[in-house]
Structures are given as structure tokens and as C-alpha cells.
Design a protein around this ligand. Structure first.
Ligand SMILES: [Zn+2]
Length: 292
């Protein structure tokens, strides 16, 4: 189970969220059999989705993060709701590229250039979508840029996944520090100093720091209190009903083509290993709903 803790300083000027997403990244790796660099890219995106999901006001709200790069990984998508669910996939999970000269996984090289889109479904008529170009491809920096430009909230984001020698996930985590409108110049300076002082998220975890310790390091010099704690896990909410609705939305022509050419439909969920098979009779039943 991934654990997310939030804290805020006494003036409501700085809000910090820390997420231990090791179990989430582990599950994603075991479902998608991702290569190390794909594990890191997907894991970082899942961490961010869980962090943003934990800020949603209602359990039915959701946030969808899409990184559309021109690198070998292709698109990376993660979804989280306000109720502890997070899931995701990477288009080309088996891609492996050379490590950087410093021995680190080259996430930016595998993601490439492109766009980052964030869609928030807050139960309104239309979901809200914000889009920014990828500025680094390392993912954390791209979200930092998104918050600064699209949401006008100065934010520092740190995301990390440590992949073990056997390709499984050893550690995964992330933090987000946001400056609220009440932040004064000295608060901003102090946050910048704290963020520059800490080592990477996974290094802090390896050093045995707890989530509370890491929040303490990010809020050093501030009086603060913990706001809440939530649990996130990798799970999928797919169902035969949703698959049927997706097939209906393809339209009568497309469905007729499937019935005539294949006589059945076999669909694998993009987020989990579930396979849905529909026979000719079932497809013809769906076709009737199309024509209504
Ligand atoms: Zn599924």
C-alpha cells in the first residue's frame, strides 16, 4: 500500500506532500514487465498521479496524467482517483536504452520531447485540461513547470524510482512542495534552501528516513503540522460493463466491421492483465444499443 502524508506550515504558506509509492511501482512493474527505464518513467508518473489524487476533494474526482513524448517509450499515462486508486501504463514497456554517464537511468532520453497533459475530472460538466511542453523529460521538472505555468502555483517536485538488479522496484517515492498565496519572500527562500539541501527521494528512503523525517527536512525552519494521511494502491476498475460501453461508443459501422471480420472481440485492459472476450451474439446485442 502506498502511503501519502501531507503537512502545512503554521501560516498556511507552504504545503508539503510526501508519498511512499514503492508498492505501487512494484505492482506496475509486475503487471507490465517494464524494463528498468520504463519502470522509472512509469513509477515517477504513478507517484505524481497518487500525490495529485490525494489532493482531490471527492472520491469520484480523478486526475489523468499523459506524457506524450517522441522518445522510444512512447506515451505514459497514469490515472488516480480521490479514493486511493492509481493505475497506469507505458506504451512501449520493454524499451531499454543506455544509462547516463553517471550510471543513472536515462529517463529523459527514453521520454524525449513532447507534451504533458493533465486532465482533472472534478465532477463538473467538462473536465479541466492543462497542457505544457515537456521541458526536461525527467518528469519531476516537467510537473514543476506545469504547476508554475498552468496552475500559477510555485511548486517543487521530486520523484524517484530505484530499480534493483533483478529489475524489480526497490524504492519509489515522491514529494511536492507548494507555495500558497500567503507565502512571503522569506518563506520562498527557506523552501528553496531546504529543497536544494536534500538528496534524491530514493536516497533519503535508502538512508532510512521516514515520510515524517522527509517532510521535516523539507519544512526545516518552519512551524508545521501534519494535515492527513491517505493510502493509495495500484488497482484497476475495469469491468465488462465498461468494455461494452467502449465498444458501443465505437459506433455501428465499426462494430459491424468487427462482427463481420472477426466474429468476436478480445480486448486486454491497458492497465491490468484482465482479458475480455465477447462472442458474436454479445456483439450483435451491443450493435442494437448503437442503433437506438
Ligand atoms: Zn483493468
Amino acid at each position: 500500500m502506498g502511503k501519502i502524508i501531507r503537512a502545512i506550515d503554521e501560516w498556511g504558506a507552504v504545503r508539503v506532500t510526501f508519498a511512499d509509492t514503492t508498492d505501487i511501482a512494484k505492482k506496475a512493474q509486475s503487471i507490465h514487465h517494464t524494463s528498468p527505464v520504463a519502470t522509472a518513467a512509469l513509477g515517477r508518473t504513478l507517484s505524481m498521479a497518487a500525490i495529485m489524487g490525494s489532493q482531490l476533494k471527492s472520491p469520484d474526482n480523478s486526475v489523468t496524467l499523459l506524457i506524450k513524448g517522441n522518445g522510444p517509450l512512447g506515451s505514459i499515462l497514469s490515472v488516480a482517483d480521490g479514493n486511493g486508486m492509481v493505475k497506469g501504463y507505458v506504451q512501449n514497456p520493454l524499451v531499454d536504452i543506455a544509462k547516463k554517464p553517471n550510471g543513472k537511468l536515462d529517463v529523459a532520453g527514453a521520454v524525449g520531447n513532447g507534451m504533458l497533459s493533465i486532465t482533472k475530472d472534478l465532477g463538473m460538466k467538462e473536465p479541466y485540461t492543462g497542457q505544457v511542453p515537456l521541458t526536461s523529460g525527467e518528469i519531476a521538472e516537467d510537473f514543476t513547470y506545469y504547476f508554475a505555468t498552468s496552475e500559477q502555483t510555485p511548486t517543487a517536485v521530486g520523484l524517484g524510482v530505484l530499480v534493483d538488479r533483478d529489475y524489480t522496484v526497490k524504492r519509489s517515492g515522491g514529494f511536492m512542495v507548494q507555495l500558497m498565496p500567503a507565502a512571503m519572500e522569506e518563506d520562498i527562500d527557506r523552501v528553496e534552501k531546504n529543497v536544494s539541501k536534500i538528496s534524491s527521494v530514493t536516497q533519503m528512503m535508502e538512508d532510512g528516513m521516514s515520510a515524517e523525517d522527509m517532510i521535516g527536512a523539507l519544512l526545516e525552519g518552519f512551524e508545521y503540522q501534519f494535515l492527513d494521511e491517505s493510502e493509495y494502491e495500484y488497482r484497476c476498475d475495469c469491468s465488462m460493463d465498461k468494455i461494452k460501453r467502449a465498444l458501443i461508443s465505437l459506433g455501428a459501422k465499426e462494430l459491424t466491421d468487427i462482427i463481420e471480420n472477426d466474429g468476436k472481440a478480445e480486448l486486454t485492459c491497458q492497465f491490468c492483465p484482465e482479458v475480455y472476450t465477447l462472442g458474436k451474439d454479445e456483439l450483435e446485442e451491443l450493435l442494437k444499443s448503437c442503433k437506438k
